[in-house]
Write a protein that binds this ligand. Structure first.
Ligand code: NAD
Length: 343
């Protein structure tokens, strides 16, 4: 079975998921939806993705610009088995009510939507099977995906008594020339705890986690500092070995001049990853420290534009019941995308 995937919202996340879908042998891009002309639309045409417009008016606008448009979003949905909704926050919820439920088409929403909007939230490393055969699922945000990967691995191996996390968030994505701050550090939210902890609990429900967050003037990555109380003693080496064998976690070597989010992104570019993306969570080896035998600290970095891409692919397999085994799906995805070898 080749699953036909519609991409509604072809921006930062949508265009990356479309490319990832086109690399799979069990799914294909049925079409993408755009609202207006852009260089990204020109490139989508070159990639031979069928183009659809979100309204009849925009369809006429795109056609006036010489773009070959197959129809509107509704036409695309009629020819697809599942839709990836990559539209901005809150539009995904509206689309679910107005477009997806009436057409009985399965839909994957993104982390900008609230958890109650869907049947369950998804992270391939932790709760793949919960989404098996489901109709409406949310792939959690970039920060929640990163935290779920590292905390999920530690919890499975050792248990976690409590996790306290500070998120240092990038202000905007690199293309974004409108969002700030450009010369400030903004607690966001000012109130503590932040919403990130409860969001991680949509993936790992019985986790004692408290988070706080600030936004800083950078576009490259988010950075998290974690302080975890463990129910048993461990060593830094044991945690490093655990991460080294965990899918989608890359332990980066501080001694090899990987000293910041800038050098991590440079490494991703030198690896010739498409767009210079890094879909794995990066953890600095030397940051992993254990105090008093059971208090664990480390620092991790999240490439916000791409970390959720492999999870979207696995979520399609779970919802379409292509395999009920998370590792089978994750291996297939990671092989196709050229991610860290863990299998
Ligand atoms: P984006 O602004 O880069 O892209 C959204 C795209 O949707 C744009 O191309 C826009 O033109 C299009 N669009 C707007 N209204 C539309 C409509 N009615 N129909 C079809 N297309 C429409 O946004 P993004 O960063 O890709 O975010 C998408 C979702 O992914 C959000 O829920 C966001 O929270 C989540 N997310 C974003 C990031 C990130 O760092 N960028 C990371 C993880 C999750």
């Amino acid at each position: 079975m080749t699953v036909r995937v519609a991409i509604n919202g072809y921006g930062t996340i949508g265009k990356r998921v479309a490319d990832a879908v086109s690399l799979q042998d069990d799914m294909r891009v049925a079409g993408i939806v755009k609202t207006s002309p852009s260089f990204e639309l020109d490139l989508a045409q070159q990639r031979k993705f069928p183009i659809y417009a979100n309204t009849k008016e925009n369809m006429a606008l795109l056609q006036q610009k010489g773009i070959s448009v197959q129809g509107t979003t509704e036409d695309l949905l009629d020819q697809a088995d599942i839709v990836i909704d990559g539209t901005p926050s809150k539009i995904g919820k509206e689309n679910k009510e107005k477009l997806y439920i009436p057409r009985k088409i399965k839909a994957i929403l993104q982390g900008g939507e609230k958890a109650p909007t869907v049947e369950c939230s998804f992270n391939a490393s932790n709760n793949y099977q919960q989404s098996y055969g489901k109709n409406y699922v949310r792939v959690v945000s970039c920060n929640t995906t990163g935290l779920s990967r590292s905390l999920g691995a530690i919890k499975k191996a050792l248990g976690i008594t409590s996790a306290r996390v500070t998120l240092i968030r990038r202000a905007a994505d690199p293309f974004d020339d409108e969002t700030g701050p450009i010369n400030a550090i903004a607690p966001d939210p000012i109130t503590i705890p932040s919403h990130h902890g409860p969001d991680v609990k949509t993936i790992i429900p019985d986790l004692d986690i408290v988070t706080m967050a600030v936004i800083v003037p950078t576009t490259l990555m988010h950075l998290h500092t974690l302080n975890i109380q463990l129910p048993k003693t461990t060593t830094a080496q044991e945690i490093q070995d655990l991460f080294a064998k965990t899918p989608r976690i890359l332990v980066v070597e501080s001694d090899k001049r990987i000293s910041s989010t800038a050098s991590i992104m440079e490494m991703a570019r030198d690896l010739c990853r498409p767009r210079g993306d890094l879909q794995e969570l990066a953890v600095w080896d030397k940051s992993i420290s254990v105090v008093n035998g059971n208090e664990l600290f480390f620092t991790q970095a999240v490439h916000q534009e791409s970390i959720v891409v492999p999870d979207n692919i696995d979520c399609i397999r779970a919802m379409m019941q292509l395999t009920d085994d998370p590792l089978t799906s994750m291996k297939k995805t990671d092989q196709s995308l050229g991610l860290k070898k863990w299998w």
